[in-house]
Design a protein around this ligand. Structure first.
Ligand SMILES: Cc1ncc(COP(=O)(O)O)c(C=O)c1O
Length: 422
């Protein structure tokens, strides 16, 4: 958008860019660009460890699926996704109390497309989104062109009122497992309250679950979609799993998943599970987005699921990330404990680090950190209003322990300079 400055002065005036482009903040641009600075320790992004990508297994699968399914792999496919993949996802994602049919599943070009499609089908200008606060930056980015209003769902507060939170919203949005950015779990009683409120108010409730498979300690909590199925008996009474795919689920929860964090983000394969009327609306929106998700990666995803690749990778992945979490948390306690507090997350990719001293401004800390050769994600980018400067998100999955420790040392130097100067 700076190109205009390079154009000759007698060039005709070009039409303006859409107004929403001016509404994103500089902090977001700064920290997204920072990942490419040589020598910088990037602790800002939600990036998997590249050495965990199963390159050889995927190369073998890719060769096989293109040879065996050239039309599916290389041609255009159905907008909703390849029927075999939708059926496999339906079988995999149903819960103890409900079954899913093909009509409940939309394959997406990863999780980000799902968020974009939700904005397209549910948000007119000025419409209200009730979003778990702090909110995943990518969701705010996906919905920004639609110019929504936001209501913060403060699910961590003891007096959180889910009915008041969802009433009047087009949808509620939550990342119940190892939230991005806080790494926290939404506790079981709050999950129940959210689902009950969605059922009582008729509001769609989006459950974004990219990190559910990355649990290091303890047992998994039920998903919102499981709770909805159980509590509201949204499944036809007596319905039994059948070999023939057909719809059963018709509840208010829209569940989203992705292969990005458990296999590889480059596949760009995600899915949405929802009532058939919602899947039909999302499909209309997807038609105008990309016609269909890549057939090659859909076929690879199907073969990977059938081969049990996710299950095979999971133990090593969680062991690696658990050790990195421990290394990061030890370094945070040692070098930053005087200025900040944090909780040790039991899964996911992030620690949310909160300033003890309200004079610490984490937007300013980002700039000081970049000067010191490390990048973190300040809380302002996870706040719909952009105002919150009290915390930052730090990632532990991308870097090995010694880099994590060095990154935290650099950060401590930046904090010292910032607090000494103020
Ligand atoms: C909460 C959340 N939702 C969705 C996504 C999108 O991931 P992808 O588009 O790679 O599936 C991410 C990625 O970091 C995320 O953290």
């Amino acid at each position: 958008m700076t190109a205009a400055a390079d154009r000759p002065s007698n060039a005709p005036v070009r039409p303006p860019f859409a107004g929403w482009l001016g509404t994103t903040n500089d902090v977001t641009k700064t920290f997204l660009a920072a990942g490419r600075i040589p020598g910088l320790i990037n602790m800002a992004g939600g990036l998997p460890a590249p050495e965990t990508y199963p390159a050889e297994a995927l190369a073998a699968i890719a060769r096989r699926v293109i040879a065996e399914h050239p039309q599916d792999s290389l041609g255009y496919g159905p907008i909703e996704g390849l029927p075999e993949l939708r059926d496999a996802l339906a079988a995999r994602l149903g819960g103890p109390d409900f079954r899913l049919g093909r009509d409940n599943i939309l394959v997406t070009t990863s999780g980000m497309q799902g968020l974009d499609l939700l904005g397209k089908v549910l948000v007119d200008e000025g419409a209200l989104i009730a979003a778990q606060a702090p909110t995943y930056l990518g969701a705010l980015d996906a919905w920004r062109p639609r110019r929504p209003r936001y209501r913060a769902l403060r699910v961590d507060q003891p007096d959180f009122d889910a009915v008041a939170g969802l009433t009047g919203a087009r949808f509620g949005y939550a990342v119940p497992n190892f939230s991005n950015p806080t790494g926290r779990l939404v506790p079981m009683p709050v999950r129940r309250r959210l689902v009950e409120a969605a059922l009582a108010t008729g509001t769609w409730l989006v459950e974004d679950n990219p990190y559910g498979g990355l649990q290091f300690d303890g047992a998994a909590l039920p998903r919102l979609i499981d709770i909805a199925a159980r509590e509201a008996a949204v499944v036809a009474p007596g319905a039994a799993p059948s070999a023939a795919p057909s719809s059963a689920y018709d509840g208010p929860v829209i569940y989203m998943g992705t292969l990005s964090k458990e296999i590889a983000p480059g596949l760009r394969i995600g899915w949405m599970v929802a009532a058939p009327e919602m899947i039909a609306a999302l499909t209309m929106a997807k038609q105008g987005s990309d016609l269909c998700t890549s057939g090659v990666t859909q076929r690879i995803a199907l073969a990977a699921i059938e081969d049990g690749l996710v299950e095979r990778l999971q133990p090593d992945l969680t062991a690696l990330y658990r050790a990195r979490r421990d290394a990061l948390c030890a370094a945070l306690a040692e070098h930053l404990g005087a200025w900040f507090t944090f909780e040790v997350p039991v899964g996911g990719m992030f620690v949310w680090v909160v300033a003890r001293d309200p004079r610490i401004d984490t937007d300013r800390l980002l700039n000081a950190a970049l000067d010191a050769g490390v990048c973190i994600a300040p809380s302002s980018v996870f706040d719909a209003s952009g105002d919150d400067r009290s915390a930052f998100r730090i990632n532990f999955t991308l870097n090995p322990p010694e880099r994590l420790e060095e990154g935290v040392r650099r950060l401590a130097g930046a904090v010292r300079r910032l607090t000494d100067a103020s």
